[in-house]
Design a binder for this molecule. Structure first.
Ligand SMILES: [Zn+2]
Length: 146
């Protein structure tokens, strides 16, 4: 069995053998590939952003971030926890340096910026780092408790 995993560093698609003994690295940039099957955050790019947002059955929270941005690094574990703590909102990330088209289309002037897309449309925008409690309270209207 092999799966296609997008490299988080350069965006290249890699075919990875699931039973491989060696830890996988990106064929293009040699960055180790982290296999996150069905686990958010999902890494989006200019190429698949629209399709993903439009076709998602659930609201999608997108973290617009960049590797050099310190507050973004603070947000990263918060988003991981948020993704695991609830099932109503899909969590995705877009690297603004590697995906300038989407970033300029949504006029991302400062990062981190979080945008919640509901039914394909921007429903809420938040800027700056925040903790899990703040994030949950801002997104409360979209979180359904089962
Ligand atoms: Zn790569």
């Amino acid at each position: 069995m092999s799966i296609i995993v997008r490299c988080t560093a350069c965006g290249a698609k890699n075919r990875i053998k699931e039973d491989s003994k060696k830890p996988p690295v990106c064929g293009k940039c040699k960055t180790p590939i982290i296999i996150q099957q069905n686990v958010s955050p999902i890494h989006l790019s200019d190429a698949d952003f629209d399709n993903f947002i439009r076709n998602s059955h659930k609201p999608v929270l997108v973290d617009f971030w960049a590797q050099w941005c310190a507050p973004c690094r603070l947000m990263s574990p918060v988003l991981d926890s948020f993704a695991k703590s609830q099932g109503s909102i899909v969590v995705a990330k877009l690297d603004t340096d590697h995906n300038p088209l989407t970033s300029s289309r949504f006029q991302i002037f400062s990062i981190p910026t979080l945008i919640l897309f509901d039914e394909g449309k921007e429903a809420k925008r938040m800027s700056g780092a925040m903790n899990l409690q703040q994030l949950e309270s801002l997104l409360k209207p979209w979180i359904t408790i089962n």
